[in-house]
Ligand binder design. Structure first.
Ligand code: ATP
Ligand code: MG
Length: 582
């Protein structure tokens, strides 16, 4: 059994890194490739020394040609080893980071509305993909440049020690000095990389939101404001990136100067050793080559320090996302809702405030619907109707009180059975760029075309379907708001729930379509429990009960027929106001 306290422990970066760990065989192959990529370049200057010394000693052209060929083979093999290393390292990094992506995407999808209300989809994409790419890039580079680089550097120092221990000491001291300098420089680069990633996430978040709302923005003439805001966010990103790049340039220039000085020192030492007779010309060339070889790994290392910052920032944010917990506690022993038939609904003293908001949106709501009964929920804009529907769907938990569906406290209900047994149709219908069939089944296995056609007929979309070129296979593109609404009804029919929540579901339909759909609403509610939220009171003509909400409280509740007959009831007065016969 899961203890509740388990949910509060945030995963560390180390647990994210564990997802990156490769299997033993790929790891061994990579180690072999790295070893070859290091050893082969290290051998090259030895051949040059041989060539120079033998040439000065008057060796035959044939002999020298063979040495040169050997050098060529070594150079090609060295490059090949590097390529294989790069290929293996990328594969490992992609395998590992795909595991992180999967985990992150799954985790983010499992979080509830409290989280998703605070984060835009664009921001999440940047986190699930952008941050993971930064980590993947670094892992590849770490294996390729940091591990291989450090090995190569150590190899060079060891070999030079073998040639002349005094020159070896100087080279070692020089490498340590450069290493120290770069470690200091790393600290200078810390904040700028983090800032640039944060600015990039903000830009993506802003873009996503503006694009999603493009139609409203244009229609309301808010374009100019949005463009200005876009410029501001872009400018922030530009400044952050610019600063980040400047830091990088300064570091690079610094190392260039340091390396030039180092090469000069080594050349001076070699000249001194040669003139004192302890060194051949070939060995001097060898030392020169090794000194040049030090530069590339160091430069790659400095690049990696910057990548490392980005990867570290990415890792921290990945860890942060994984540490986000559901605010809706998962039941220890989930109870399924009754698998078939209409489901009773009961709210007992339910109060609610949105997370992070003090304002009480619902207070002391008590309602009871027997299986198969329908409730009409009316009340002014902002009175809490949609909020109440969200509690019935368990998008949030009440702060006080209990919501029971089919006799099961929703906090203890199995989430999968909850989604299966409670259907909802709202004004906000998502139509996917996919076939009619997939839009009805939401990409689940189809119950058969015959059934889908029947259902579309039932909601009044029979003629619409008949006019489509490829029938159920037609890709849904331009549907009107009303058609989208009818498709949502069809989805609800298909799911065959035991409790249906309709939130302003028929308000986008023209009067003719609304009449047409009324009988399909009746059919949808036949043999099911229903909660119907509607401003238009005429759509509530057939419900069993009415609840009138005002500022989060039920101010009237009873059988519709009784309330309609009561000359003093609020519902009755609302009907009179709307000109609907009682
Ligand atoms: N996600 C949210 N976070 C914070 N407050 C919210 C949220 N959604 C709604 N509210 C607030 O809760 C109150 C009730 O809103 P709700 O959407 O439930 O009203 P409603 O009765 O459905 O209104 P309408 O008839 O306009 O649809 C309002 O004051 C609203 O500002
Ligand atoms: Mg509403």
């Amino acid at each position: 059994m899961r203890r509740p306290s388990d949910q509060g422990i945030p995963p560390r970066s180390s647990s994210v890194l564990r997802l990156l760990r490769p299997g033993p065989r790929p790891a061994a192959a990579l180690a072999a490739a790295i070893a070859a990529a290091t050893a082969l370049p290290l051998a090259a200057p030895q051949i040059t020394r041989r060539f120079v010394d033998d040439a000065i000693g008057g060796a035959s052209i044939r002999h020298l040609t063979l040495i040169a060929l050997g050098y060529l083979v070594l150079a090609v093999a060295g490059q090949a080893a590097r390529m294989v290393t790069a290929w293996l390292a990328s594969r490992l990094a992609w395998d590992g980071t795909n595991r992180i992506r999967e985990r992150l995407a799954g985790h983010a999808l499992g979080l509830d509305m409290t989280f998703h209300g605070r984060h835009t989809p664009g921001e999440l994409i940047e986190r699930v993909d952008g941050d993971v790419v930064a980590v993947a890039d670094f892992v590849v580079a770490f294996l390729l440049d940091v591990v291989a680089g450090v090995l190569l550097l150590s190899g060079v120092v060891v070999v030079v020690f073998g040639v002349d221990w005094r020159i070896g000491c100087v080279l070692l001291a020089y490498c340590l000095l450069i290493g120290y300098g770069m470690a200091r420089a790393q600290r200078a680069a810390v904040p700028s990389a983090a800032r640039s990633r944060a600015a990039s996430a903000t830009l993506f978040g802003a873009l996503e939101e503006r694009l999603a709302g493009a139609e409203d923005i244009r229609a309301n003439g808010a374009g100019e404001h949005m463009v200005r805001r876009f410029h501001q966010v872009s400018a922030a990103l530009f400044r952050a990136e610019n600063r980040d790049a400047r830091v990088g340039t300064v570091l690079l220039a610094g190392t260039s100067v340091a390396f030039a000085a180092g090469t000069a020192i080594m050349l001076g030492l070699a000249a001194w050793a040669m003139s004192s007779g302890t060194l051949t010309v070939g060995t001097a060339v060898l030392l020169f080559q090794y000194t040049l070889m030090v530069r590339t790994p160091f430069e790659r290392l400095i690049d990696q320090i910057r990548e490392y910052q980005a990867a570290l920032a990415g890792l921290a944010r990945i860890g942060g996302l994984l540490a986000e917990r559901r605010t809706l506690a998962e039941p220890a022993r989930p109870r399924p809702l009754p698998p078939a038939g209409p489901l009773g609904l009961r709210l007992d003293g339910v109060s609610f405030a949105y997370p992070g908001d003090d304002e009480q949106v619902l207070s002391g709501i008590t309602l009871d619907l027997a299986p198969g009964e329908t409730l009409g929920l009316v009340g002014r804009t902002g009175s809490g109707k949609t909020t109440l529907a969200r509690l019935v769907l368990r998008l949030y938990d009440p702060v006080e009180g209990v919501v029971r569906v089919g006799g099961v406290d929703l906090r203890a209900a199995d989430p999968a059975s909850l989604r299966r047994r409670i259907g909802v149709v709202t004004q906000d219908v998502q139509i996917f760029a996919a076939s009619v069939r997939d839009n009805l089944t939401l990409f689940r296995p189809s119950p058969g075309d015959e059934r889908l056609r029947d259902i579309l007929d039932g909601v009044g979309l029979g003629d619409w379907l008949a006019a489509l070129p490829d029938g159920l296979d037609t890709e849904v593109r331009d549907v009107s708001a009303g058609e989208a609404q009818l498709i949502a009804f069809a989805r609800a029919f298909l799911a065959d729930p035991g409790l249906v929540v309709l939130d302003e579901a028929s308000s986008r339909l023209d009067p003719a379509t609304e009449r047409r759909i009324e009988h399909s609403i009746d059919r949808l509610l036949g043999g099911r429990t229903g909660v119907i939220i509607a401003h238009r009171l005429s759509s509530l003509a057939r419900v069993d009960k009415i609840a009138v909400l005002d500022q989060g409280k039920i101010i009237e509740y009873g059988r519709r027929a009784d309330l309609a007959a009561d000359p003093h009831s609020r519902y009755g007065r609302l009907l009179d106001l709307a000109g609907v016969s009682r």
